[in-house]
Design a protein around this ligand. Structure first.
Ligand code: SF4
Length: 173
């Protein structure tokens, strides 16, 4: 022990205290692994969010995965047709827990200008959405804002009843 320092003083000089779930949430929010579900023009805009100018890597979310089993953030970017809906649900189900969904743009969030029988009027008809980013297409800044909002939700461990009460709409039981 150094000089007259007690062991308590010594540990206080470099230790910090926190709750385990707070530190886990901090890790989760800074290590999102996105899966881009790009079906239309918003998918192209999403590429610029990943590119060097806007650089999603600054938010710890640059490890893009094309396997749902390696991803925890589903970014729905584009029009979802009724035919695609079961595939989107399958992908969502295969993702790791805890998982999050960001709906990017008017088409993903509401069907956009496609008021048609074959287009899903919002991906939240089949999967639980955490953050909606408006726009057609949303600007990269708006997408980054959506990611930061999601990070805030994760850090504060926001309750997500839409996720907890979600049921696969294609389950017959
Ligand atoms: S919201 Fe606009 S930019 Fe995005 S997929 Fe739909 S039409 Fe394209």
């Amino acid at each position: 022990m150094l000089g007259t320092q007690t062991s308590d003083d010594f540990s206080r000089s470099f230790a910090f205290t926190t709750k385990l779930d707070a530190i886990v949430a901090w890790g989760r929010k800074n290590a999102l692994w996105p899966l881009p579900y790009g079906t239309a023009c918003c998918g192209i805009e999403l590429m610029s969010v990943m590119g060097p100018k806007y650089d999603l890597a600054r938010f710890g979310a640059e490890v893009v995965r094309f396997s749902p089993r390696q991803a925890d953030l589903l970014v729905v970017a584009g029009t979802i047709t009724e035919k695609m809906a079961p595939i989107l649900v399958r992908i969502y189900e295969q993702m790791l827990e805890p998982k999050y969904v960001l709906s990017m743009g008017a088409c993903a969030s509401s069907g956009g200008f496609y008021r048609a029988y074959h287009v899903l009027q919002g991906c939240d008809k089949v999967i639980p959405v955490d953050v909606y980013v408006p726009g057609c297409p949303p600007t990269p800044e708006a997408v980054l804002d959506g990611v930061m909002l999601l990070q805030k939700m994760i850090a504060t461990q926001q309750p997500r009843p839409w996720k907890d009460n979600w049921k696969n709409p294609h389950d017959q039981a």
